[in-house]
Ligand binder design. Structure first.
Ligand SMILES: O=C(O)C(=O)C[C@]1(C(=O)O)C=C[C@@H](O)C=C1
Length: 254
């Protein structure tokens, strides 16, 4: 199960279970990066000269989200749209989601900073320069990366909820005084962050190696740079997850 949402049957929520889900999501994210790295940058996707409002990738993400909204994707409180304005209503209600989050948490959407770091900072480091014309496939793999990153980062809402429930007396004073820095300190576990970075680097190495049937060593060529995967987590994924946690906690007593 890759969800941060607890099982509907057992409405229990534990930090260990949510961390397990974050660990499983690392696999998804690393594989998404490997898929995107098959294509060069394809910069035309990102230029505002295609006759759309915005870039071609923006158009594709907006339209795909509209279709997925009809299929009920954004009924799941773990999912946040990149273009949440004017999304169509769902045609199906596939599942009832347990209400574990505080209602104010629903308004937290970190997708703008996610979009910005992904396209402007991270992508040029991940892929080769060049243009192979595979715009539709490239945009689809960008969207897969964005959605996987967004889901992981917004799981911070669940992490924050469980941390609050486990120690309300510790969290309530800084929430009442709206002290961001104290909340950030309370929710940070540096040893956990170090393990996350090491594990993501290792996953990039293992999932991205050349697999051959003979025993010759491949000379250490990987489909993505393992250190870049660790850096993605260090510079963007974990800081934004913590930002979600702080924003959630600030609203937790509303
Ligand atoms: O595992 C936690 O406690 C989290 O809050 C998640 C996370 C992360 O993003 O991986 C963020 C902050 C902590 O310092 C450690 C890890």
């Amino acid at each position: 199960d890759v969800n941060c949402n607890p099982d509907l049957a057992s409405n229990k929520l534990s930090l260990d279970e949510i961390r397990d889900s974050l660990i499983r999501q690392e696999d998804t994210i690393v594989f998404c990066l490997i898929e995107r790295a098959k294509f060069p940058l394809n910069p035309k996707l990102y230029h505002r000269n295609h006759g759309f409002t915005g870039s071609l990738v923006e158009f594709i993400v907006r339209e795909t989200e509209a279709i997925q909204a009809k299929a009920g994707r954004y009924e799941n409180p773990e999912e946040n749209a990149f273009f949440p304005e004017h999304l169509p209503r769902p045609l199906v209600h596939p599942r009832k989601y347990p209400k574990v989050l505080h209602p104010s948490g629903a308004s937290i959407n970190m997708n703008k900073p996610i979009w910005d770091f992904y396209f402007n900072k991270f992508l040029p480091l991940l892929v080769a320069d060049g243009d192979d014309g595979n715009y539709a496939a490239t945009a689809a793999s960008d969207l897969a990366c964005l959605q996987a990153l967004s889901r992981r980062i917004h799981c911070g809402k669940y992490v924050a909820e469980v941390k609050f429930r486990d120690a309300p007396h510790e969290y309530e004073p800084p929430i009442r005084s709206q002290e961001r820095d104290s909340l950030m300190k309370l929710l940070t576990f540096e040893a956990v962050e170090e393990m996350v970075k090491k594990r993501v680097e290792k996953k990039a190495r293992v999932f991205g190696q050349e697999v051959t049937l003979n025993n010759t060593v491949d000379g250490g060529k990987y489909k993505i740079d393992p250190l870049l995967a660790a850096r993605l987590y260090d510079e963007w994924v974990m800081p934004l997850t913590k930002e979600v946690e702080v924003e959630y906690l600030l609203r937790r007593l509303e």
